[in-house]
Ligand binder design. Structure first.
Ligand SMILES: [Zn+2]
Length: 117
């Protein structure tokens, strides 16, 4: 990385940039204490240890893995997207032409006001 983490050579801008980069590289890790339950810890990406001290009882809690909350799409919209995507590859096949439905038509009301021959 181009920015120095510490030392006299680090400029103010470099320090700001490295702080910003570090903030962007933070991730939330989940741990599970056997006595107190789950808790989250924010650490730099890639620095999460397998065990972390519980903030309540200070016992070593083990790291747990769960699915990331990346989806902002509602389940309905996601299902429609999946259906549309599936229809591209394998569209629903019909065995016969759908029955013809006749819509009864009423004459336009202005036609009754026209002169008859
Ligand atoms: Zn605990």
């Amino acid at each position: 990385m181009a920015y120095a983490r510490s030392g006299r050579a680090a400029t103010h801008q470099g320090w700001l940039a490295s702080t910003e980069i570090r903030r962007l590289l933070m991730a939330t890790y989940e741990y599970l204490c056997s006595r107190c339950g789950p808790f989250d810890v924010k650490l730099e990406i890639g620095t999460a240890p397998k065990g972390y001290g519980c903030p309540v009882c200070a016992a070593i809690a083990r790291r747990v893995y769960s699915s990331p909350g990346l989806s902002l799409t509602s389940k309905t919209v996601a299902a429609l997207h999946a259906q549309e995507e599936q229809a591209r590859e394998a569209p629903a096949v019909v065995s016969e032409v759908p029955p013809r439905t006749r819509v009864p038509r009423r004459p336009h009301p202005a036609l009754s006001r026209l002169p008859r021959p």
